[in-house]
Design a protein around this ligand. Structure first.
Ligand code: GRF
Length: 225
């Protein structure tokens, strides 16, 4: 029996698309049980429907409190049996209550090399800070915003000619490599959350845990060690 993922989105859905492709190709030994968006207008919903995936919308604007929204989200999640809840561009902060209920099976991708640049606008902040390396992080979700134990990271070099859009594209291409890789390890049982740490059952952890992603002009992501 393969694992089942529920993917939570708010917008474009390019990570959802990469994850779905990796499930279909067998890279991730799992299937997407369903996709939930908190925004009815999310473009990712069309991607899900085109792939034949069941979708639901839980519009946060219809609820008076975060707790009410999350109760409805829990109901939507419970519609499908699932092993993992995968946040892929899901732009709502989650309460400690929700995070605790799903602890150990809730993962996120964040567009920076955490713990640097938690929160929003990571690419412009990285440029302003003048860092030489930027990237993306897959981590377990805990109550601390973007602060959960790190599963894997991809670094991209920041080039002098990078502006925010160019840097964002480079990081996104790396995300599309990194998230499927991390989800494949999770679904194969290579690691789990133990207390506040990632415990690797497979020792040492896979080398690709720290990807060095090179993005040439054509946008395809190649990876070096
Ligand atoms: C990604 O950069 C992800 O890291 C961040 O939001 C963006 C979502 O993009 N959390 P997409 O919707 O997957 O295209």
């Amino acid at each position: 029996m393969t694992d089942r993922l529920i993917v939570l989105i708010s917008g474009r859905g390019s990570n959802l698309q990469a994850i779905q492709a990796a499930c279909v190709s067998g890279q991730i030994p799992a299937q997407i049980a369903g996709v939930i968006s908190n925004r009815p207008e999310a473009a990712g919903l069309a991607i899900a429907r085109r792939a034949g995936l069941p979708t639901q919308v839980v519009d946060h604007r219809r609820f008076a409190s975060r707790e009410d929204f999350e109760a409805a989200l829990d109901e939507a999640i419970a519609t499908w049996p699932s092993d993992w809840i995968v946040l892929a561009g899901f732009m709502r902060a989650l309460t400690p209550g929700f995070v605790d209920r799903h602890r150990g099976r809730l993962v996120n991708i964040h567009p920076s090399l955490l713990p640097a640049f938690t929160g929003l606008h990571t690419h412009s902040r990285a440029l302003r800070a003048g860092v030489c390396w930027h990237g993306a992080t897959v981590h377990f979700v805990t109550a601390e915003l973007d602060g959960g134990p790190i599963i894997a990271q991809a670094a991209v070099p920041v080039d002098p000619e990078d502006d925010e859009a160019r840097l964002a594209n480079k990081v996104l291409a790396a995300e599309h490599r990194l998230y499927p890789l991390a989800l494949a390890w999770l679904c194969r049982g290579a690691l789990k959350l133990e207390g506040d740490r990632v415990h690797w059952r497979q020792s040492p952890p896979p080398q690709e845990r720290s990807l060095l992603a090179m993005i040439p002009e054509d946008g395809t992501c190649t990876v070096q060690r």
